[in-house]
Design a protein around this ligand. Structure first.
Ligand SMILES: Cc1cc2nc3c(=O)[nH]c(=O)nc-3n(C[C@H](O)[C@H](O)[C@H](O)COP(=O)(O)O)c2cc1C
Length: 512
């Protein structure tokens, strides 16, 4: 990308900017030079976002970013600016940038069926309206000028585009919409021009470049050319300030390698332009639905052996302060058996039912020792017992509602399971392993994409409760995320999609 060099020679740097999946294109952020490469920034300091450009064509997005870089470096807000590898392309961009700065005429014609010719930058499933209209018809000697308006509920985004062809002008206007949508810069409805007719499709033809424009080449060298263009009577464009680029805390990790998680995060954000809360009113659910929410458990009770959790007999708990300060994941474990009463205490203090919320219609929602998003409990726990006195070796489901452990599989050798972690020696020392299953389906009807975050966060909450309770009993608790997913999913009988094993914690007696 030679334009990278141009941007760097202007004293800035480029960062890729992840777009939500509803926006089809590529976006780049202009940042100060010291943020050139994603690098470790222990302070977590924000990266100022100096400009953002987006387009369906990556090269165009970068060209526009280079122009913004040049404008920031050179000042002169009344000039149109173009930056490109070739002088001709830079002059073309500069002229049209200048044209787009004019105040639009009061009349325009609606463009219908434009999307048969020009690709929309919006995912077809996104429930929004995107209209284009055409100012002027070229007879006044001006290049075609298109306004694009994106509407959603009572908010909108407007952008203009000028080019020597109508098709090009639509493309530029749509790039403008894409850029503003990438930043979520929605505003209250603006004033439409007076519509004086309709044009079906995209008119052909090429118009002359504007006459009387004052052009000057302000940079020509490494990476490309920068051209300024001034048209009389053009007001400066106001750019918003105080924006920030994504901070990258990875140790120089290539953003492509974490593209999916970046896109996921983008798509699961709550944005002020949309509803700030998920569109579900739990109070308006039917009593049957609400009753179903009060049983966020699996249940193997009819087919499997059950072992009640003893409520007494656990050793005394250490003070929280002592437990937290002395806890260490890698502390040595003894081969001594763990007591079922101690395991039960750990479960009671992590997933145990500790209260009841009552709805006005009498439906009762059990509440747990650990918080859960919306009380939906998007997780399940299993215990793999190897050496727990009072509990059969095997895979047990933890049923908090009935305070029982249900034997799901008593055949699988513990060593086989240990071999499917990255730490077979360490796992073989454990008396038991707690398996955390994220039950994605329990929360996604309410939270959508954000439900995935909720399930992982909840598993983290519960896992911490397990660690803290175990530490308070003087046990060793060692979290492990290094395991073979498919093996563990099969082991506990989940499909890995609707429900998936996401975490393990080894439990064992501490070695004296
Ligand atoms: C989410 C998570 C995943 C972890 N995965 C592993 C793992 O796969 N292997 C391992 O040896 N330790 C794992 N650990 C333990 C960490 O290495 C340990 O917490 C860290 O070294 C700090 O030590 P401490 O827990 O004694 O304070 C994990 C911890 C967490 C919270």
């Amino acid at each position: 990308m030679t334009l990278d060099t141009l941007i760097e020679s202007l004293g800035f740097a480029v960062r890729p900017y992840p777009l939500p999946a509803r926006l089809l294109g590529t976006a780049y952020a202009l940042v100060p030079a010291e943020h050139r490469t994603p690098r470790l920034e222990p302070s977590g300091a924000a990266v100022p976002l100096l400009a953002l450009t987006a387009s369906q064509d990556p090269e165009t997005a970068l060209r526009r970013l280079a122009a913004r870089a040049a404008q920031l470096r050179l000042g002169g807000e009344t000039y149109g600016i173009g930056a490109a590898a070739s002088a001709d392309a830079a002059a073309h961009d500069a002229r049209h940038d200048a044209l787009e700065r004019r105040t639009p005429p009061a009349t325009a014609r609606r463009l219908t069926a434009w999307s048969d010719t020009v690709r929309s930058p919006l995912h077809p499933a996104w429930d929004v309206r995107l209209d284009c209209h055409l100012y002027g018809d070229g007879r006044d000697g001006l290049a075609p000028w298109v306004g694009a308006v994106l509407r959603r509920n009572d908010r909108e985004i407007r952008a203009f585009g000028c080019d020597t062809t109508v098709r090009g002008a639509i493309g530029r206007a749509l790039d403008g919409v894409l850029t503003l949508a990438a930043e979520d810069r929605w505003s209250a409805p603006g004033k439409d021009p007076e519509f004086v007719g309709e044009v079906e499709g995209v008119p052909e033809g090429e118009w002359d470049e504007p006459v009387g424009a004052e052009m000057r080449t302000v940079h020509s060298g490494a990476g490309g050319t920068v051209v300024q263009c001034r048209l009389p009577g053009v007001a400066p464009r106001q750019e918003p300030v105080g924006r920030f680029a994504p901070v990258d805390l990875s140790l120089g990790c290539d953003p492509e390698r974490v593209r999916i998680s970046r896109t996921f995060h983008e798509n699961s954000k709550i944005r002020s332009a949309f509803r700030t809360l998920p569109p579900v009113d739990v109070d308006r659910l039917t009593p049957d639905t609400r009753r179903a929410l009060t049983r966020p458990y699996r249940d193997y009770g009819r087919t499997r052996t059950e072992q009640p959790w003893p409520v007494e007999g656990a050793r005394p708990l250490l003070p929280l302060d002592t437990a937290v300060r002395h806890r260490r994941s890698a502390a040595p474990m003894s081969r001594a058996p763990m007591q079922l009463a101690d395991l039960a205490r750990v479960l009671e203090l992590s997933v145990g039912v500790t209260g009841i919320a009552r709805a006005p219609d009498g439906v009762e929602l059990p509440l747990r020792a650990t918080p859960s998003a919306g009380g939906l409990c998007s997780y399940d726990l299993f215990v793999l017992a190897r050496n727990v006195e009072g509990l059969a070796p095997g895979v047990h489901y933890v049923h908090p509602g009935r305070r029982v452990l249900q034997l799901v599989d008593g055949e699988r050798p513990f060593e086989d399971m240990a071999a499917h972690t990255g730490y077979s020696g360490r796992v073989a020392e454990a008396a038991a392993v707690v398996v955390f299953v994220a039950a994605f389906r329990r929360g996604r009807w309410k939270y959508g994409e954000r439900g995935y975050r909720m399930a992982l966060i909840e598993c983290g909450h519960v896992a911490q409760s397990v660690v803290t309770a175990a530490a308070a009993l003087g046990l060793v608790a060692h979290p492990l995320a290094g395991f073979v997913d498919d093996y563990f999913d099969r082991l506990v009988g989940v499909n890995g999609t609707d429900d998936a094993v996401v975490h393990l914690t080894l439990l064992g007696e501490a070695r004296a």
